[in-house]
Design a protein around this ligand. Structure first.
Ligand code: ZN
Ligand code: ZN
Length: 111
């Protein structure tokens, strides 16, 4: 019982922290990728791509890659990972994803 209470407390604390920090500074990118909104978006991209790497066809260690990054000109903030149109997202395996990031710079657009 004590354990559950503690866990609950911790999860509340992290939600609160996210909400407060989003007002002043954006949360870290890796924190955003833990968010439920991204998990849902990610799932829909994997489904669209047939759970295969779009580069080599591998079916495991799949990740979803952003082909472009967008900054909202009005707010000056980068879009959250799940706010992109599906056409800017692509399923890649871990290997192709890392390789892609090594060889290409992702273009950032002000929208
Ligand atoms: Zn691949
Ligand atoms: Zn990527």
């Amino acid at each position: 019982m004590l354990c559950f209470g503690k866990r609950f407390e911790n999860s509340m604390a992290s939600t609160k922290q996210y909400m407060t920090s989003s007002l002043t500074q954006s949360p870290t990118y890796s924190a955003l990728l833990q968010m439920e909104q991204w998990q849902e978006k990610r799932k829909s991209i994997l489904y669209r791509d047939g759970y295969k790497c779009r580069n080599c066809g591998k079916r495991n260690e799949l990740q979803v890659h952003h082909r472009q990054y967008h900054i909202n000109s009005r707010t000056g903030y980068k879009l959250h990972p799940w706010q992109y149109h599906n056409k800017y997202l692509i399923t890649l395996c871990k290997y192709c994803h890392e390789l892609g990031h090594k060889h290409f710079t992702i273009q950032t657009f002000h929208i």
